[in-house]
Design a protein around this ligand. Structure first.
Ligand code: ZN
Ligand code: ZN
Length: 117
């Protein structure tokens, strides 16, 4: 049986990526093309499992990578005015505003940009 297993491991052939269906030449046990193998690996790492990582409003929010297990205060820089503001980074929550309180309002952002450009 051991011989058989080694045989499968080292046997090459044309395989299909299970995600994109690309056909490529690789060991027969390969399930994904190199691009998707990388993606799967990333998704399997525990940080990526959290649904919280999905950014619902990418205009206003950014995703912060962290592995805090308790709430941590973090200083952020507003992407509109450059001013500092503080957020509370929570465990297993990865999406946070990227603007200071003032500029979370789209109208105020536009006003600021028109005044300062
Ligand atoms: Zn693929
Ligand atoms: Zn601001």
């Amino acid at each position: 049986m051991v011989t058989l297993k080694r045989d499968i491991d080292t046997k090459y052939g044309y395989v299909n990526c299970e995600i994109c269906g690309d056909i490529f030449y690789a060991p027969l046990k390969t399930k994904y093309c190199s691009k998707h193998a990388k993606q799967i690996k990333l998704q399997q790492s525990k940080d990526w499992k959290s649904e919280n990582r999905k950014i619902k409003n990418p205009d206003q929010n950014i995703s912060i990578n962290h592995s805090y297990t308790e709430a941590v205060h973090q200083k952020m820089k507003c992407e509109c005015c450059g001013g500092e503001f503080e957020i509370t980074v929570l465990p297993r929550t990865y999406v946070y505003p990227k603007y200071c309180e003032e500029h979370r309002n789209e109208f105020k952002r536009k006003l600021y940009i028109s005044k300062n450009s």
